[in-house]
Design a protein around this ligand. Structure first.
Ligand SMILES: [Cu+2]
Length: 289
């Protein structure tokens, strides 16, 4: 034992220094690999402004987690190697990590700092430009562009077992498919007619619960043309797995032609629909009232 708080072992090797140096080398190599090689491939991709933000957040989280994981792996690998049994029946033990007040102090400082930073980072990012999640009927994280009149409102209606889409800005027509114009701010108003569903437009970075009697608002800002998958992300009954659509982000001209065509096609059905509303109640109490 040395007098330097266990930094030099009985064999004279500076184990802590070795572990730290190995950890730094591994981190300097792997963090750029994560940021520049793995990060761009992380979900959900760059299909919308919100999706890009989520991919950036996933990259930040993975880049932060990498040195933490490497610290564990390097430490484990080092002790397995340095304190292996060289001579039969002679075990050279390393300095004890348990009860080491210096390790305990830095453990608390480092873990507390990381957790508090992540709590702050997550809060700030959740409040940034809509973030793609459902925010309930009164969103607090409204994209700055939403103040203008150019927000496209699309109502997403979940029911066992399909999504339909209602367009209050286009005569209240209800469609079976979802097409959106490129480079546009879209406000999804998500609700359900029966049980709890979840509207998950993966490549758009949007996921919002569809609850009966609730209007759940989620924003997305589309980029260029895109094919995206819509799936129900809440187990909603026997045909839950069948509840999906393929959606498209298209040019503004193509969107205008598509929605005009839908209005004509579904005109007879539109006449029989209840007026557009934030929620629809097949609810006996509401009917009785
Ligand atoms: Cu469902």
């Amino acid at each position: 034992m040395s007098a330097h708080g266990g930094t030099v072992n009985m064999d004279g090797t500076r184990h802590w220094r070795n572990v730290v140096v190995l950890w730094l080398i591994a981190s300097v190599i792997m963090v750029p690999v994560v940021i520049f090689l793995i990060g761009p491939g992380l979900p959900p991709g760059n299909g919308s402004v919100e999706a890009s933000g989520q991919t950036a957040d996933n990259t930040v989280l993975l880049a932060l987690a990498t040195p933490v994981a490497l610290g564990v792996l390097v430490y484990l690998g080092y002790v397995l190697f340095a304190f292996r049994e060289r001579t039969p029946d002679v075990v050279l033990d390393g300095p004890a990590i348990r009860g080491n007040s210096s390790v305990q102090f830095w453990w608390l400082i480092v873990t507390t700092t990381i957790v508090l930073f992540l709590a702050g980072y997550g809060t700030v990012r959740l409040l940034a430009d809509g973030s793609g999640g459902g925010q309930g009927p009164n969103p607090i994280a409204v994209p700055t562009a939403a103040a203008g009149s150019r927000t496209l409102v699309v109502q997403v209606i979940g029911q066992q077992w399909q999504f339909t889409y209602r367009w209050p800005g286009y005569g209240g027509v209800q469609t079976r498919d979802l097409e959106l114009p490129e480079n546009s701010l879209v406000q999804f108003n998500v609700t359900s007619l029966d049980v709890i569903h979840s509207f998950w437009a993966y490549e758009l970075g949007v996921k919002a619960d569809a609850n009966p009697g609730v209007n759940n608002v989620a924003y997305v800002t589309t980029k260029g043309p895109l094919t995206f998958q819509v799936r129900c992300a809440e187990l909603c009954g026997v045909w839950h797995g069948y509840m999906f659509n393929t959606g498209y982000v298209v040019s503004k001209a193509r969107f205008a032609a598509w929605i005009a065509q839908q209005r004509v096609r579904f005109a007879p059905a539109t006449k029989t629909l209840p007026p557009y509303s934030k929620t629809y109640f097949p609810n006996p109490l509401r009917r009785a009232g």
